[in-house]
Design a protein around this ligand. Structure first.
Ligand code: UD2
Ligand code: MN
Length: 498
C-alpha cells in the first residue's frame, strides 16, 4: 500500500516553482536552549537553503541565563564567529522578553523580504523554503507554514507527520484537526496549500512588510502561549490567509517539558489568551469563560491599542471567522447544521454498509523489537474489551484487519477505538464508519507509531516496561493511549498475515 506520505514525497519532487525573487531572513529566538541543538538548527538552514534565497539568519538570544548550561551567550558567540558565514548573526535582547517580544525584536532588525520564524530546536528538510517563498510571491497576504514533522527528544529520530491542519478549542488551546472531508481527492490535492484556521505558532513565513502592516504581535503578551491563536485570528479576520504548504517540511523537537518558566511564575498562557480573547472574540468570549470560569477576573493589562488596531484595519467579526474559516468548530448550544446532517448521513451509511467493509490487509500488531502482539483481553465479540500485550500467535484475538478508512477491525468484528484522553484506554467498539476516534494512521511496515488524529494521541504501553523490550514480564501489559512524543508511545511492526 502506498501511504499518503510516500505519495506526497514523490509528488513534491516533481513540483516546479516559478523564479524565486524574494529572499528571506530566518529568525530564531532562543532562551536557555542547548547550544548544540541551536547549532543543529542553523546548520540545517545553511545546508538546505539555496544561498541566494537566504539573506540572513538572525539568532536572538532572549537573555539566556541558564545555570546548568553555563554561559550560553558566550558559547554561541564563539561558535558562530568560528563556524558560520557572516550572514549568521547573533543578537541579544536587553532583558528577558519572552518569545513574543523577542520575535518582534528580531523582525525589526531583519532586512530580508520574507521573515521565517523557527524555534531553536528544528531541522529543516530538503526544498523546505522554495514552496513557502513561491506562495508568498503569489500574494503577499498569504502567511504560510510548513508541515511540522516530529523529532524525538531522546533520540533525535525524525518522523513525518500526517496531513492535518490547525484548530483550537474553547479553552483557547491549539489543537490539530483532521482535514475536512473531500479535501484530498486527486493527487494534486496532496500538494496544494491547505487552508488552516490557526497555526501552531513556531514555524511560519510572512512577507516582512506585511508582518508589520497587520500589527506584528501583541507586544503586551509575556513569555509563552496564546500568540499563535492571536496572530491566526488577526490574519484571517483582517484580510489575510493562513495556509499549510505540504511540500515544505520542518522537523521540530517536541519536548516533554519546557526548560524554563516565567519570571514571576505567572501563568502567561492564560494572561495572553485573555488578551487575545478580549481583542478578537467579541461576544464569543463567553464560551471561553464557560470553560475557564477562573479566568474571568484575572487581569490582562491594557488591550486598548490592540482594539484600536482592529478598528483601524476594519477587520471582520469573530462570527464571520467562525462561519467562513472554521465552521467545523462546535459552538456550544448551536449544533451546526453541517454536523447534524453529517451524523444522520453517517448513521444511515453505517447501517447500510456495515457488512461491506473494504479491508486492505490483515496484520498482527507487534511491539517493535519484542515478541508481543496487541490482543483483546476478552473475546473478539466482546464490546468494551481493553487491549493488552501477549506473545504473538495466530489467534483471532490478534488479527487486525485494516480498512480503507483507517479502521483497525479485530477478527473483522469490532473496531479499535481511542478514548478522547489518555486517562482512559483504547477499547473494542462497534464500527461506526465515521472516522474520528476509530480512524488510525500508521505505516504498514515496521517501527511505526500508531496515531489517532481525533484524539491527538498514539498507541503506547505503560512506561514502566518500555525500556526493556525483551522483558518477558511485558506479557499482559495494558495497551494505552499517550502523547506521541512521550516515552510510553511505542513503535509497532505491522506483520502482514497472508
Ligand atoms: C509552541 C510553538 C512555539 C510558540 C508556542 C506558544 C511550535 C513548533 N512551537 O510551543 O513557537 O508559538 O507554542 O507560545 O509551533 N523562547 C524565547 N524566550 C522565552 C521562551 C521561549 O526566546 O522566554 C524561545 C524558545 O527557545 C523557542 C521558542 O521561543 O525557540 C518557542 O518556545 P518553545 O519551543 O518552548 O515552545 P513550544 O514548541 O513548546
Ligand atoms: Mn519548540
Amino acid at each position: 500500500m502506498v501511504t499518503a506520505n510516500m505519495l506526497l514525497m514523490s509528488l513534491c519532487q516533481t513540483q516546479e516553482y516559478p523564479k524565486l525573487y524574494l529572499n528571506t531572513s530566518v529568525i530564531i529566538c532562543f532562551y536557555n536552549e542547548d547550544p548544540s541543538t541551536l547549532f543543529r538548527t542553523v546548520h540545517s538552514v545553511l545546508d538546505q537553503t539555496p544561498a541566494e534565497l537566504l539573506h540572513e539568519v538572525l539568532l536572538v538570544d532572549d537573555s539566556s541565563d541558564g545555570e546548568l548550561l553555563g554561559n550560553i551567550h558566550n558559547e554561541v558567540e564563539e561558535f558562530v564567529g568560528k563556524n558560520f558565514p557572516p550572514k549568521v548573526q547573533l543578537l541579544k535582547t536587553m532583558k528577558r522578553e519572552g518569545l513574543i517580544r523577542a520575535r518582534i525584536f528580531g523582525a525589526k532588525k531583519a532586512t530580508g523580504q520574507v521573515l521565517i520564524f523557527l524555534d531553536s530546536h528544528c531541522e529543516v528538510n530538503r526544498e523546505w523554503v522554495q514552496p513557502l517563498i513561491a506562495r508568498i510571491q503569489e500574494n503577499r497576504t498569504f502567511v504560510v507554514t510548513p508541515i511540522i514533522d516530529i523529532i524525538n527528544s531522546d533520540t533525535f529520530q525524525y518522523t513525518s507527520s500526517p496531513l492535518v491542519r490547525g484548530g483550537f478549542n474553547w479553552g483557547l488551546h491549539f489543537k490539530w484537526d483532521s482535514l475536512p472531508d473531500d479535501t484530498l481527492k486527486t493527487n494534486e490535492d496532496f500538494v496544494k496549500p491547505i487552508l488552516s484556521p490557526t497555526m501552531a505558532g513556531g514555524l511560519f513565513a510572512i512577507e516582512r512588510e506585511y508582518f508589520f502592516d497587520i500589527g506584528e504581535y501583541d507586544a503586551g503578551m509575556n513569555v509563552w502561549g496564546g500568540e499563535n491563536l492571536e496572530i491566526s485570528f488577526r490574519i484571517w479576520m483582517c484580510g489575510g490567509r493562513l495556509e499549510i504548504i505540504p511540500c515544505s517540511r520542518v522537523g521540530h523537537v517536541f519536548r516533554r517539558r519546557r526548560p524554563y518558566g516565567s519570571p514571576n511564575g505567572e501563568d502567561t498562557m492564560t494572561y495572553n489568551s485573555l488578551r487575545a480573547a478580549h481583542v478578537w472574540l467579541d461576544d464569543y468570549i463567553e464560551h471561553f469563560f464557560h470553560v475557564r470560569p477562573d479566568a474571568r477576573h484575572v487581569s490582562y493589562g491594557d488591550v486598548g491599542p490592540r482594539q484600536r488596531l482592529r478598528r483601524l484595519m476594519k477587520c471582520q467579526s469573530f462570527d464571520w471567522y467562525l462561519k467562513n474559516v472554521y465552521p467545523e468548530l462546535t459552538v456550544p448550544g448551536k449544533e451546526s447544521n453541517q454536523t447534524a446532517k453529517k451524523e444522520t448521513i453517517g448513521k444511515l451509511q453505517s447501517r447500510r454498509k456495515y457488512h461491506k467493509k473494504n479491508y486492505v490487509a490483515t496484520y498482527q500488531i507487534k511491539l517493535s523489537g519484542s515478541r508481543l502482539c496487541v490482543e483483546s483481553d476478552k473475546e473478539v465479540t466482546s464490546k468494551g474489551s481493553t487491549l493488552l500485550l501477549s506473545v504473538c500467535s495466530r489467534t483471532k484475538k490478534q488479527l487486525w484487519s485494516v480498512t480503507d478508512k483507517g479502521e483497525m477491525v479485530l477478527a473483522q468484528m469490532l473496531c479499535m477505538e481511542s478514548p478522547e484522553s489518555s486517562k482512559q484506554k483504547p477499547r473494542l467498539s462497534k464500527c461506526h464508519e465515521m472516522g474520528g476516534l476509530q480512524e488510525w494512521k500508521h505505516h504498514d511496515d515496521i517501527d511505526t507509531p500508531v496515531y489517532n488524529i481525533a484524539a491527538g494521541l498514539c498507541l503506547g504501553i505503560s512506561s514502566s516496561g518500555i525500556k526493556d523490550f525483551a522483558n518477558p514480564n511485558l506479557d499482559n501489559t495494558p495497551v494505552i493511549m499517550t502523547v506521541c512524543t512521550d516515552t510510553s508511545a511505542a513503535k509497532w511492526d505491522f506483520v502482514k498475515i497472508p
